[in-house]
Design a protein around this ligand. Sequence first.
Ligand code: CAA
Length: 258
Amino acid sequence: MPQFIIIHQQVAPYVAHIQLNRPKELNALNLELMGELRDALKQLDADDQVRAIVLSGNEKAFAAGADIKQMAGKTAIDMYNIDQFSTWDTIKKIKKPIIAAVSGFALGGGCELTMLCDMIVASETARFGQPEIKLGVIPGAGGTQRLTRAVGKALAMEMVLTGRFITAREAHQAGLINRIVPTELFLAEAIKLASEVASMSPIAIKMAKEAVLKAFDSTLDEGLQFERKNFYLLFASEDQKEGMQAFMEKRAPEFKGH
Ligand code: CAA
């Protein structure tokens, strides 16, 4: 049984929800929590009854970053041997879409974890930040890279160099998040968005996610070739036949995931 996360199966049809659950420490991401999260995501990724995943904290904090107390006394060689970011590399490979439901603090590794997700639904009280600079370090789980790609150089540089937290409104204006909702609705709205995604063909969803993410580390031409191959490949699926047939018959499709 995981100690630091709670897994809720079928919070909506084909939607699972993982809740980070270290509330006293504002969901600080210790190694154990991250290991549990990785294992849960791998398990849900392999589960046919799951097509989209929601990841949340609680109203006060999504996560206030990597666990500073666990890291404080480490040497560079300890950090190298612990290799904490290999967990993040595994999470990056999850094929199903992950939607972050964020309220309160999403800081440091917490902000980086939201950016490792595919979409972000935030409450009005959400605060995003990369305050590592105030600890004498820099973001280590993708903050300098994913944040810059998401919000551009000016804001990313300011956040990384000053540690300033941005509001949900600023995050929305900058393109970091998908939508802002009233605080009491942040989880429900994320589940609603996940449900909408989960009603599509699960095989197309995975290939679509893969193709969009390809844009981050390929040239335009490589990305276009990759997209085209996935597009063609989907014509091998029954879901493509069903989706197009249903359109022509003016009815809702029934996707099966093969
Ligand atoms: N690691 C460990 N413990 C943390 C933590 C963290 N990142 N963030 C909060 N906590 C703990 C606090 O130590 C405190 O514990 P105690 O009650 O035992 O003292 C508890 O959570 C509640 O926190 P606060 O009392 O500080 O709550 P607050 O409302 O006054 O302040 C906050 C909230 C502004 C988020 C503040 O807690 C804070 O600044 N946290 C640290 C944020 C941070 O620097 N994150 C980056 C971490 S480094 C990183 O993430 C590296 C990377 O790239 C992977």
